[in-house]
Design a protein around this ligand. Sequence first.
Ligand code: 5GP
Length: 248
Amino acid sequence: MITMSDSKKLIYAGKAKDVYESKKEDEVIVSFRDDITAGDGEKKDNLQGKGHCNSLISSKLFEILEKNGIDTQYIKLISSGFMLSKKLDMIPLEVIARNIATGSLLKRFPFKESQKLNPPIIQMDYKNDEYHDPMLNDEITIALGIATQEELDEIRAITLKINKILSEFLKEKGILLVDFKLEFGKDKEGKIVLGDEISPDTCRYWDINTLEILDKDSFRQGQDNVMDIYEQLCGMIVEEKDIKNWGI
Ligand code: 5GP
């Protein structure tokens, strides 16, 4: 089991992940912690095993995307909870894709709960705690110097591709991909690459038959079986041999 010794310098500490420097200058180690937060960090807990689950789920989904021609930060899982990744210069955008109307969309607009959204809605929020991640439009994003129009067009096109690939993969596993949040960065050549994580912390997954919640909404809603739900989802996405290999 890897632990981050003092020799590894912490580059970034997020609400549920830390990023450490690696041996190579253009690589980092992403550590998935057991912390879970909601509502701008107001609701907090620590769920033993959550970091392991999220690292396995993210790695599996990054591998699927890589196989389908999407550039991601993912290099390999070093150990359960620790992912070796390309170092990216992150773009402060939360790129949200929605196939079904739920969550904050219903608070802001007159959509009906669980209404299908076809074509999917792509929404960009400004990743900024101080301003509470406000929704952006292209003009504001460009004026803030966050991205150019060409970059925004590229990010939208990649996000739609990712939505298609993941929706199809997860459907086969009995999971409906309701919505999700992505973060992108630029690699050392300036190419736009998918970063961050794709886990039950950042996506809504429903059981395709029962529409049961299989993600962080269970925590947001105060259910007491959140970790059971994360483990159930992990078992649906990650092969049993990999779960055993990585020690869950
Ligand atoms: P909503 O805007 O409905 O709250 O969230 C839409 C989707 O994006 C959900 O899958 C949610 O998990 C994800 N999402 C939106 N904002 C954040 C955020 O700040 N952090 C995380 N982890 N996920 C987010």
